[in-house]
Design a protein around this ligand. Structure first.
Ligand code: IPM
Ligand code: MG
Length: 343
């Protein structure tokens, strides 16, 4: 039986980049049972909620979820009683138990000159941000009155242990655990738990602890010094955008959000829905392509097909594919053709 994949095109450029990704998946010889659902702003318009119960149930029953992007000015609000597209993402993460968010950052030599950093600084960078995705301040209790508000940041030993384990397993040489242990109590627990797990199970992997402000600095001064960065939810949100821009464009970066083995993962670009260019046919589809490749590898065990997509992307970029975000004029259609013809 063909694997079941839920497609969540979402908003903005989402539908424009997910369609070419399906072409690419077919071109590498895969054939899945796809089912599309409205998500984010599109689902708010259709059902009054960013993630309907039916969509969540479908995702739970699937082998994987391929998501493009959500959000847009139409649904922007600070009114806590109004639905927001981002609630769809958070609901999906919590509902599927996706505690591990993997964001690889590997600037291609062909794009070194697109990086905001000098070539000699960016050269050799190849890192993975492992972001905890279902805990911390994102999901802690919130309070709000007219003149005051609060967000609770909470972590348990178990939540820290399971994400640290993902990081140690992914490491080739080193894990950098990022926290704010000089100030924040959850960070002190974080550091203790990571240290204990390291000693008990992963002593052969190098481990360093870095404060988040310092990590932010090192990401732009010496990014090649990182291998795997593991950190809590909000630090990971911020640092992964910072890391993504090192490549020259956030339009190139894929991500995987995973739960326990056997649970369906969600695969999506790191970038957002880019409402300013939606409908112009100029969106960069590469992060979406690479997210599809991560889905093949992590959810479906199709490593060869994943590698085929990744190397076709590398070759197309080396041959000059440059969408607008990379300073060129290649359209979404042309970028898709270029990758297809390099398969
Ligand atoms: C991300 C995004 C989301 C997050 C938003 C849209 C809720 O920035 O996936 O990094 O903060 O997690
Ligand atoms: Mg983010």
């Amino acid at each position: 039986m063909a694997a079941k994949i839920i497609l969540l095109p979402g908003d903005g450029i989402g539908p424009e980049i997910i369609a070419p990704a399906l072409e690419l998946l077919a071109a590498v010889g895969t054939s899945f049972d796809y089912e599309e659902h409205a998500f984010g702003g599109a689902a708010i318009d259709a059902h009054g909620t960013a993630l309907s119960d039916e969509t969540l149930a479908a995702c739970k029953a699937a082998d994987a979820v391929l998501l493009a992007a959500v959000g847009g000015p139409r649904w922007d609000t600070t009114d806590p009683s109004k639905p927001r597209p981002e609630q769809g993402l958070l609901g999906l993460r919590k509902g599927l138990g996706l505690y591990a968010n993997l964001r690889p950052v590997r600037p291609l030599p062909a794009l070194y000159d697109a990086s905001p950093l000098k070539r000699e600084v960016i050269e050799g960078t190849d890192l993975l941000v492992v972001r905890e995705l279902t805990g911390g301040i994102y999901f802690g209790e919130k309070t709000r009155s007219a003149d005051a508000a609060s967000d609770l940041c909470a972590y348990s030993r178990e939540e820290i242990t399971r994400i640290a384990r993902v990081a140690f397993r992914a490491a080739r040489r080193k894990v950098t655990s990022v926290d704010k242990a000089n100030v924040i109590e959850t960070s002190r627990l974080w550091r203790e738990v990571v240290r204990e797990l390291h000693a008990a199970e992963f002593a052969s992997v190098e481990l360093e602890h870095v404060l988040v402000d310092n990590a932010a600095m090192r990401l732009v001064s010496n990014p090649a010094s990182f291998d795997v960065i593991v950190t809590e939810n909000m630090f990971g949100d911020i640092l992964s955008d910072e890391a993504a821009t090192l490549t020259g464009s956030i339009g190139l970066l894929p991500s995987a959000s995973l739960g326990d083995p056997g649970q369906p993962g969600v695969f999506e670009p790191v970038h957002g829905s880019a409402p300013d260019i939606a409908g112009t046919g100029t969106a960069n589809p590469i992060a979406m392509f690479l997210s599809a490749a991560m889905m093949l590898r992590h959810a479906l065990g199709l490593d060869g097909e994943a590698a085929a997509i990744e190397s076709a992307v590398d070759r197309a970029l080396a041959a000059g594919l440059r969408t607008r975000d990379l300073g060129g004029s290649t359209s979404t259609r042309e970028a898709t053709q270029a990758v297809l013809s390099n398969l």
